[in-house]
Structure formats: structure tokens, C-alpha cells
Unconditional design. Structure first.
Length: 157
């Protein structure tokens, strides 16, 4: 090789330099300081869902990320309330599912408190298999029903 690129090699080199130059655009800060504030998490009517394995109340890694997101949303606005609603599918007895939905709701509430959400701003409820997202028959395992719904709302004063 003698270093000669030929016409197509020269074209590739020119294109590469052009692409590099296009990437070198300097970022400019927002013109108004308030514009940066709009990147904070939004809250009014925000809804999140933590899913659970069958007959379990442990929060998995994805659920922990959701808890962290909710805590961040609440931390950025003191006028918010969080409602936590535990639910189950229809596998097991109604009594056992009611207790399981309470354990799930309590786990999420406790994780939110650990993440910095004041306990006084969290309402915790549970419904067992009573308020299912997907209607099923008895003993039907349905992942979309094994959840804790988290709703973040603006407090009205």
C-alpha cells in the first residue's frame, strides 16, 4: 500500500470529516431559566404500576426503579399526594388474596418512605382480587392483576 485512497476512498474521507464537523455543534443553555425547570418530573395525574410474581410481595429491580421515579416526582413538588393500591389475581382464596394485596401495598409504601417520600403524603389501600385490571375466572393467574398501582396527584387546598 502506498497511501493512495483512490476516488472512493477520498469521498469516504470527506464524508467522515463532514459528519465530524456536524457533531461539533456547541450546546447552548436554555434562554430562560424557567425552561430548564420544565425538565423536572411531571406529576398531576401520574400513574405507575409495580408488578409482582405470583403469591409474592417482594419488589423486583424494575419495581424499585418505579419507586425511585415516584419519589423523584414527589420530591420536586411539595403539593403532591401518593395513593398506593395493592391488587392480586384470582389464584388462591379471596381472604388470602386480600392479605397478599395488603402486603404488596405495604411493601411499596415502605419503599417509597425509604426513598424519601414523607409517610404523611401516602395513602395506602388494597383490594385483593376485587378490582382487577383484567377480569378472569377463579384460579386464573394473570400478571396484569398482580400489581400495586401508584397514583401521584396534586393536592387541592
Amino acid at each position: 500500500m502506498n497511501g493512495y485512497m483512490g476516488p472512493s476512498g477520498a469521498l469516504v474521507g470527506i464524508l467522515a470529516l463532514g459528519m465530524l464537523a456536524g457533531c461539533a455543534v456547541e450546546a447552548t443553555p436554555p434562554a430562560h431559566p424557567q425552561a430548564a425547570a420544565t425538565t423536572a418530573p411531571q406529576l398531576a395525574g401520574a400513574w405507575y404500576q409495580v408488578q409482582f410474581d405470583s403469591n409474592k410481595a417482594e419488589i423486583d429491580a424494575r419495581g424499585q426503579m418505579i419507586v425511585s421515579t415516584v419519589a423523584n416526582v414527589v420530591a420536586n413538588n411539595a403539593a403532591t399526594r401518593v395513593t398506593v393500591m395493592g391488587k392480586t389475581d384470582r389464584v388462591g382464596s379471596a381472604t388470602a388474596n386480600l392479605a397478599l394485596s395488603q402486603r404488596r401495598a405495604d411493601q411499596v409504601r415502605d419503599a417509597l418512605i425509604t426513598a424519601g417520600v414523607p409517610a404523611g403524603r401516602i395513602d395506602t389501600r388494597w383490594s385483593g382480587e376485587g378490582k382487577q385490571e383484567i377480569a378472569t375466572g377463579d384460579q386464573v393467574a394473570e400478571q396484569r392483576n398482580r400489581v400495586v398501582d401508584i397514583t401521584v396527584v396534586q393536592e387541592t387546598r
